[in-house]
Ligand binder design. Structure first.
Ligand code: ATP
Ligand code: MG
Length: 583
């Protein structure tokens, strides 16, 4: 089933909800004056609340991974399709692990995926005053109190899934006492962890998240945005609904782990509205199932560990499931888009096979990449009846299905490089390529017949000898005169250039890293990178960093943006032409 608005996008339960909300005219045509946390110049601009508003709220404590991409495509995609807006909001309420480096890289990655946030760039930390004010509103309403219990006591008194919690001895302190203590917290009169502001809800609630959850804590830490202005910071679960409400978010979409937090999300909004701190329409939270992918880990904590232990070459290691890694690997934003459409959005937990992501990349790259020829495992081949100094241009299309992409020439000479795998001394059944007395076509060149070979002392094939059939050149009338079953690629030994190729594979050998071994680090695929010396056609000489090609019969390869130079050209393998992963 498709949407009215967006004929090609598969529908999902969130789209259905939005369509219904819009039909029910839920968002009144009323102007609303600005968002306090907006860092841009649009501070006081009016926002049309008749439209849907979503947000993508990363915490700037790491680089974005493929899981975040699912949330980005969902949130920005909905805003695009329903003519609304999506906010990029940094959920930076946790100063210890956050940094400007992460803030910048996250913005770049969202843009790389093809989304614009324009003026809709927000920082939760710009709402610290509002959050503090909201906490004061709750205290004054008798809905929050400052707890003096130790962390240990709080934990014990929280109860369990089967037993209710116990009220804190400080729970019924007067409003005045709570206000004074909260003021002291803010003024820096206490150590980290000494006092805690908690919502006063119900210590016996079957939902543990409602057993007087913490809403403000003391942290004497410098914040990447607010510096040392604050030594108390709001808890994520308290901050988030306030951020959403201040920005007039309509659909606050998160992953399923937050389902149990929804009652608290709604509680915060309801109480702050009752006490005139917020106003309707209020945001609503919806949960979808997170992306899980085989053979990688999608958790910032684990990705940070890989980087810090130098198990990978930084966040943008092409094997990393980060968006910066994907870019360096040659994964394409449109490949991610296709992948997200294929896997859909639902509430069902599942793990997606990595090959589906690779297939999506192949499909997109096949359309856009120019072809080039490279011999990954070179074996010398001499065309014995070809004149010693002769050189001939062979015309090669840049894309076999798209003439508009033009063609180029490569030079044929007496000595060429072919793939080692294209020759067999004794052919297996169904091997149609080179073996003694067999004929194959040298792609875009002549038909050749194998006349012999040399071996070294170890028995390794050293050179293959052929004779060419002069009337059979591709593109000439005689080319069809001889029918052959095999068709192999080659490069001129005289003109080919030496390049290096990093052949990447799955970062983890287990589909669910750590599941059986107990430690995901034990499941790192030791063969996930192999660097080989390759002979490439002469036209590769002039590549630029980030250029990407299909190497015919092999796969897609991109010029590495970090290590490659004109003197030492290095390609990264994005993906092979076919799935070769052994399951
Ligand atoms: P991680 O678990 O890797 O630390 P996170 O959820 O803590 O990720 P945030 O920066 O809080 O990272 O996430 C920003 C947004 O991305 C959140 O709305 C979150 O729900 C979403 N998100 C994170 N991981 C995934 C995933 N695997 N699939 C879909 N959405 C995700
Ligand atoms: Mg998180």
């Amino acid at each position: 089933m498709n949407n009215e608005n967006t004929p090609n996008v598969p529908t999902n339960f969130i789209r259905n909800i939005i369509e219904k909300n819009l039909k029910d005219n839920l968002y009144q045509h009323k102007k609303w004056a600005g968002t306090p946390g907006n860092k841009s110049h649009h501070q006081n601009s009016e926002i049309d609340v008749a439209k849907i508003r979503t947000r993508f709220p990363p915490e700037p404590n790491g680089y974005l991974h493929f899981g975040h991409a699912k949330s980005i495509f969902l949130n920005f995609g909905l805003a695009q399709d329903f003519n609304g807006a999506c906010h990029l909001r940094f959920d930076d309420t946790n100063p210890e692990k956050e940094s400007e480096e992460y803030v910048n890289s996250i913005q770049e990655s969202v843009q790389w995926l093809g989304f614009k946030f324009d003026q809709h760039l927000y920082f939760a930390s710009n709402y610290f005053q509002e959050m503090y004010d909201a906490a004061v509103v709750l205290i004054k309403a008798g809905l929050a109190y400052v707890d003096k219990q130790t962390a240990e006591e709080i934990k014990i008194n929280r109860g369990t899934l089967t037993e209710p919690g116990k009220n804190s001895p400080w729970r019924d302190q007067s409003v005045a006492e709570n206000l004074a203590l909260f003021e002291d917290m803010k003024a820096g009169k206490h150590q980290d962890g000494e006092l805690l502001l908690r919502a006063k809800i119900d210590m016996a609630s079957p939902n543990i998240n409602l057993r007087d959850p913490a809403i403000y804590r003391i942290r004497h830490v410098t914040h990447h945005n607010t510096g040392d202005a604050w030594c108390i910071y709001p808890m994520y679960t308290f901050a988030h609904p306030i951020e959403d409400a201040l920005e007039k978010i309509t659909h606050s979409i998160c992953t399923l782990e937050f389902e149990d937090q929804r009652p608290f999300y709604d509680w915060v909004l309801a109480k702050l509205t009752e006490h005139n701190f917020l106003e309707n329409p209020l945001p609503k939270q919806y949960e979808f199932s997170r992306l899980n992918l085989t053979n990688v880990v999608l958790s910032k904590r684990k990705l940070i560990e890989l980087v810090e232990k130098n198990l990978v070459d930084g966040w943008d290691d092409p094997r990393m499931p980060t968006l910066v890694g994907a870019k360096r690997r040659g994964y394409h934003p449109l490949g991610f888009k296709l992948f997200m459409e294929r896997i859909g959005v639902s509430k069902a937990d599942s793990t997606i096979d990595y090959s589906i992501l690779e297939d999506s990349m192949r499909e997109v790259l096949n359309e856009i990449c120019h072809r080039r020829i490279a011999v990954l495992e070179p074996l010398k081949c001499i065309i014995t009846n070809y004149p010693e100094d002769q050189e001939e241009d062979c015309e090669v299309p840049n894309h076999p299905q798209n003439e508009a992409l033009g063609s180029r020439t490569i030079k044929l000479t007496k000595e060429i490089w072919i793939e080692r795998q294209d020759f067999m001394e004794v052919p297996e059944p169904k091997f149609f390529r080179l073996y003694p007395n067999n004929m194959v076509r040298l792609r875009y060149g002549y038909v050749v017949k194998c006349t012999g070979f040399d071996k070294d002392e170890q028995g390794q094939i050293q050179t293959v000898y052929c004779e060419y059939l002069p009337d059979t050149k591709s593109g000439t009338p005689g080319s069809a005169s001889v029918k052959v079953k095999g068709n192999i690629h080659w490069v001129s030994a005289k003109h080919a250039i030496d390049i290096k190729v990093n052949q990447y594979d799955r970062l983890f050998s287990e589909s669910d890293p750590g599941k059986t071994s107990g430690n995901y680090l034990d499941d790192i695929n030791q063969d996930s990178i192999q660097t080989i010396a390759v002979k490439a056609e002469e036209n590769i000489k002039n590549v630029n960093l980030g250029d990407q090609f299909q190497f015919e019969r092999h796969g897609y390869f991109i010029v590495d943006t970090k290590q490659s130079s004109p003197e030492n050209i290095i390609f990264n393998r994005t993906v092979t032409l076919r799935d070769s992963w052994q399951k």
